[in-house]
Write a protein that binds this ligand. Structure first.
Ligand code: NDP
Length: 453
C-alpha cells in the first residue's frame, strides 16, 4: 500500500479486538500489518477471562451434577475437587489456544512483536527492545485491567487474574463486588468447594440488570451456600503473619479469610502508553475517546475494545476490530451497532439478558411485563429450591419485545437465540405464534399469556 511507513497498520494489543482487526486488515484488505503483545496472545478473554472462567464453570458443574446424580439414582462417591489436576489441564488448553491465536495472526501475514509497545507520536511506535517502527495507522487494543480500591492495593489481595494461577484453593474466600466477575467467581468457587463470602456495597448485586434478574441470581447464590452480604463494604483489611486476611466491614464485623478477591471493576489499560504524548484524548476514567468508527481525535490513531470504555464484552471488541479494518482498509464505512447486545452471567444458574430492563423500558413509555418464575423440572425432582425466571418486557404501544431476561440453567445459550428475535424487532404476538418445544424450560417464552403488570 504505502512505502512511506514501515507498516500500513500497527496494532498494540493481541487480544480479541486487536487480533481480529489485524487479521482482517492483512488477509482481506492486503494491508502490511504488525502487532505488539507484551504478555500472551489472546488477551484477557483467552488467557485470564472468559475462557478459563468458563472452564472453571464447567468444572464446578460436575460437582453439582454428582450431588444431583445421587438423587437421580446414581451411586456416586464424590471426592474433593483437585485444583492442581484441573489447573494443569487448564493451562495446557490455554497454551493451545494461545498458539492458535499466534498461528492465525501470522498465517494472515501479521508480524508479531512479543513485547510492550508505546506511542511516540501519531505514526511512531517505540518497542521495548529499543527499536521504533512507523505506521500509517495505529490501533490501540490494549483492553482493561482489574481495579482495586486505593486503601487495599498492595496487600496481596487477588484479582480475577490471580484466580487462574493460584497454587491451591483456599478453604474460604471473601469476594468484594457485585458485578459480573464477583458473581461468577463467587458461584464457581463455591461450586468447587470454597466457602465464599460475597460483600457488596449496594442494595442488590448486578446493578444495571433487570431487578427480577438481580433478585433471582441473589437468591440462587444464597441457596448455593454463599454468604451474600449486601449494603456492606470493607473498611479495613490487614494481612496477618499467618498469611490470612483480617477484614473489618461497615457492619462492624471483623473476620479472617484465607484469601480476598477484589472484583471491584476494571479500568482501561492506557497508563504509560504514550497516548497523551501523541495527543490522544482520554476520558476521566482513562479510556480512549473514539467516534462511531473507533477513530480518536488524532486521525491516524484508532482504538477498539475495553480500552475505549464502551461495552466490555469480547464479541463487541471483535465487531469493533472488524469494522475498523473494513472501514480503514476495505473502503467501506462500517459502524458497530451497540444496541440490544445480549450478555450472560455464568453463575449457577446462569443469567442471560438482552434489550431493556423493565425500569429502562418504563422510563420510555407504557409497558407490559410477562413473566414466569418456577422450579424447573430437573430441580423439582431433586427438591432443589433454585427457581428459573423467564421475563419479557413488551412495549404496550408497538407490542415489540424490548427486553428478554432469563435466569435458568443454560441461560447463556438461550439468550443468544432470543436475542435474534429481539434484534429483529419481534412482537409479543410473534412469540405467541411460535409453537412450544416440550418439555423444556424455555417453552415458557412462547406461553406467557397474561401480563403480570
Ligand atoms: P462490574 O462493573 O460489572 O462490577 C464492578 C463491581 O465492583 C460493582 O459491583 C461495583 O459496585 C463494585 N465496586 C467498584 N468500585 C468499588 C469500590 N471502590 N469499592 C467497593 N466496590 C466497588 O465489573 P467487573 O469487574 O465485574 O466486570 C467488568 C466488565 O467485564 C463487566 O462490566 C462486563 O462487561 C465484563 N465481563 C463480562 C462477563 C461475561 O460476559 N460473562 C464476565 C466478566 C466480565 P457498584 O455497582 O456499586 O458500582
Amino acid at each position: 500500500m504505502t512505502t512511506q511507513f514501515d507498516y500500513d497498520l500497527f496494532v498494540i494489543g493481541g487480544g480479541s479486538g486487536g487480533v481480529r482487526a489485524a487479521r482482517i486488515a492483512a488477509s482481506e484488505h492486503g494491508a502490511k500489518v504488525a502487532m505488539a503483545e507484551e504478555y500472551r496472545m489472546g488477551g484477557t478473554c483467552v488467557i485470564r477471562g472468559c475462557v478459563p472462567k468458563k472452564l472453571m464453570v464447567f468444572a464446578a458443574a460436575h460437582g453439582a451434577a454428582m450431588d444431583e446424580g445421587a438423587l437421580y439414582g446414581w451411586q456416586v462417591e464424590k471426592g474433593r475437587f483437585d485444583w492442581p489436576t484441573f489447573r494443569t489441564r487448564l493451562h495446557a488448553e490455554l497454551n493451545r489456544l494461545e498458539s492458535i491465536y499466534t498461528r492465525n495472526a501470522e498465517g494472515a501475514g501479521v508480524t508479531i512483536y512479543p513485547m510492550r509497545a508505546t506511542l511516540r507520536d501519531p505514526h511512531t511506535v517505540a518497542l521495548a527492545d529499543g527499536r521504533s517502527v512507523t505506521a500509517k495507522h495505529i490501533l490501540i487494543a490494549t483492553g482493561g485491567t482489574p481495579f482495586i480500591p486505593e486503601p487495599f492495593r498492595d496487600l496481596g489481595g487477588w484479582t480475577s487474574n490471580d484466580i487462574f494461577l493460584m497454587d491451591r484453593m483456599p478453604a474460604n474466600l471473601l469476594v468484594l463486588g457485585g458485578g459480573f466477575i464477583a458473581c461468577e467467581m463467587a458461584s464457581l468457587l463455591q461450586g468447587l468447594g470454597v466457602q465464599v463470602t460475597q460483600m457488596y456495597r449496594g442494595a442488590q448485586i448486578l446493578r444495571g440488570f433487570d431487578q427480577d434478574v438481580q433478585d433471582h441470581v441473589a437468591a440462587a447464590l444464597v441457596q448455593q451456600g454463599i454468604h451474600l452480604e449486601v449494603n456492606t463494604d470493607l473498611t479495613s483489611l490487614e494481612k496477618l503473619e499467618n498469611g490470612q486476611f483480617r477484614a473489618t466491614d461497615t457492619q462492624g464485623r471483623t473476620r479472617q479469610f484465607e484469601a480476598v478477591l477484589f472484583a471491584t471493576g476494571r479500568v482501561p489499560n492506557t497508563a504509560g502508553l504514550g497516548l497523551e504524548q501523541a495527543g490522544v484524548t482520554l476520558d476521566a476514567q482513562g479510556a480512549v475517546v473514539v467516534d462511531a468508527w473507533s477513530q480518536t481525535n488524532v486521525p491516524s490513531i484508532f482504538a477498539v475494545g475495553d480500552v475505549t470504555g464502551r461495552i466490555q464484552l469480547t464479541p463487541v471488541a471483535i465487531r469493533e476490530g472488524h469494522a475498523f479494518a473494513d472501514t480503514v482498509f476495505g473502503g467501506q464505512s462500517v459502524r458497530v451497532d451497540h444496541s440490544d447486545i445480549a450478555s450472560a452471567v455464568f453463575t449457577r444458574p446462569e443469567a442471560g439478558t438482552v434489550g431493556l430492563t423493565e425500569a429502562e423500558a418504563r422510563a420510555q413509555g407504557p409497558v407490559e411485563i410477562y413473566m414466569a418464575s418456577f422450579r424447573p423440572m430437573q430441580a423439582a425432582f431433586v427438591d432443589a429450591e433454585t427457581k428459573a425466571l423467564f421475563k419479557l418486557v413488551v412495549c404496550a404501544d408497538t407490542r415489540r419485545v424490548l427486553g428478554c431476561h432469563i435466569v435458568a440453567p443454560g441461560a447463556g445459550e438461550l439468550i443468544q437465540i432470543a436475542a435474534v428475535a429481539v434484534k429483529m424487532g419481534a412482537t409479543k404476538e410473534d412469540f405467541d405464534r411460535t409453537v412450544a418445544v416440550h418439555p423444556t424450560m424455555s417453552e415458557e417464552l412462547v406461553l406467557l399469556r397474561k401480563p403480570v403488570r
